[in-house]
Design a protein around this ligand. Structure first.
Ligand SMILES: *Cc1c(COP(=O)(O)O)cnc(C)c1O
Length: 433
């Protein structure tokens, strides 16, 4: 069968990829998602030129409609004060409900399994309270070595707070010597080894340092096989990779909204609680926003829970910190995750191929090469001494290229597909090689 010429970036075969500027321009001209960039405000340098922005995995860019969404809430507050709770354009009493459908779509959840609330580490603590229930000899938690520090702090302090000893109860699975990424076989083996002693398995869906995507269904199955619960930190996964939390049977998950979801600095985070835990819920820390809205304002003494994940809400939500997400979710909903994933694959493939063919031997991609094990982040290990690595990194920003550096010598780049162009990738390739 002969390969016909690709019509768009979505039908590029590996053999169509060329490590050239012209190819980058062709891709931008044949990118069905190209117009989404116009829906975002792109930071610029002193000369007014747009930056090539590769840190959408750290703080996503602002959707243009964000100002309007926030202004609508300010206007309601200004014009009607407390009445805005009921009579606002989007009544504040049920404001979190305006995020439900999009969150469910992005995470592969049923609508009543997700809720926008709190911030990520806060949600981790609340969900540990519900799903880490050590009893008898079943007290251990398996997680990754080199987890994002906040996750480790949360788990260790939580174990200590309920009388456990993290040095015994927390087991960390590490990559093998000389390797950067985890092996699923090693994770499964550790889970099996812990067996009856295992209470909880908790990993990041996408490892923040290496960009490795873990097989959530597989690890969750392994945890359940030995009778443990399984929870996921999706900070780097949501809005980046395909998720089916309901079908994968995760017990719980949480994520932040300021990375790929473009919710703005400190945006309100999200949580998933599988519906099988809704009817006879585990213990949880409760507050008035977890109660049935129909009876909430009777201010009675008894906790009458909302159905579903909403019952885990504690406080009334910060409206001004939620509003930006409406603007970003509109873009995700129109663009659709499968298309965003296809574009991200084309971009990471283009960057990797170009670095390889341009003799950039000082750069090694530590993110797994298989598309099922990577999202839109590439982690580039600079094979030089750390000072030279840092120097290479420091040369990027003056050229209008924004990446981030992780000790000792890794540059992380994330071409977020909603607003990144192939020509931006080309600028990065030229600057690195
Ligand atoms: C970004 C990130 C965090 C940040 O936590 P906050 O509570 O939102 O400040 C925590 N864990 C992981 C894995 C992250 O990637």
């Amino acid at each position: 069968m002969t390969h016909t010429a690709p019509k768009t970036i979505f039908d590029l075969a590996a053999s169509d990829m060329k490590p050239t500027r012209d190819f980058a321009l062709w891709c931008d001209a044949h990118d069905p998602l190209a117009s989404f960039r116009d829906a975002f405000e792109i930071p610029f340098n002193a000369k007014g030129e747009p930056l090539a922005y590769f840190v959408g995995n750290s703080l996503g860019l602002m959707a243009r409609a964000t100002r309007d969404r926030i202004k609508e809430e300010l206007d309601d507050w200004s014009a009607m004060g407390a009445e805005g709770h009921v009579h606002g354009l989007r009544p504040w009493i049920k404001y979190h409900e305006f995020f439900r459908e999009n969150l469910a779509e992005l995470t592969g959840a049923l609508a009543h399994e997700v809720v926008a609330m709190n911030s990520l580490t806060v949600n981790l603590h609340f969900l540990l309270m519900s799903f880490y229930r050590p009893h008898g000899q079943r007290r251990r938690i398996v997680m990754e070595r080199g987890a994002f520090p906040s996750d480790r702090f949360a788990v260790h302090s939580f174990v200590r707070a309920i009388g456990g000893d993290p040095s015994v109860d927390v087991i960390e699975v590490a990559p093998r010597d000389g390797e950067e990424c985890l092996r699923h076989d090693d994770i499964e083996a550790e889970i099996a080894r812990q067996g009856d002693a295992l209470a909880l398995v908790m990993f990041g869906g996408v490892q923040y340092y290496t960009g490795q995507v873990l097989d959530i269904a597989r690890i969750t199955r392994a945890a359940h096989t030995v009778g443990a619960k399984c929870g996921w930190d999706l900070a780097h996964a949501v809005g980046n990779v395909a998720l089916s939390l309901h079908d994968w049977n995760a017990d719980f998950a949480c994520w932040c909204s300021y990375k790929y979801l473009n919710g703005g600095p400190g945006a309100v985070a999200g949580a998933f609680i599988h519906e099988r835990h809704h009817k006879n819920p585990p213990p949880r820390l409760e507050g008035w926003w977890g109660t049935n809205p129909a009876t909430r304002f009777q201010m009675g003494p008894n906790f009458d829970p909302c159905p579903g994940a909403d019952a885990w809400q504690v406080s009334n939500p910060p409206i001004l910190s939620l509003a930006p997400l409406l603007a970003s979710f509109d873009q995700f909903h129109q663009a659709k995750m499968p298309r965003l994933i296809a574009k991200a694959r084309a971009m990471t493939g283009f960057i990797e191929l170009s670095l390889r063919t341009r003799d950039a031997q000082h750069i090694r991609v530590i993110t797994p090469s298989s598309t099922s094990e990577r999202g839109c982040q590439l982690s580039l290990c600079i094979n030089r001494d750390p000072v030279a690595a840092r120097k290479l990194f420091d040369s990027l920003l003056p050229q209008g290229i924004v990446c981030d550096f992780r000790h000792p010598s890794v540059i992380r780049i994330a071409p977020a597909p909603l607003y990144t162009r192939f020509i931006d990738c080309w600028r990065l390739i030229e600057a690195l090689s």
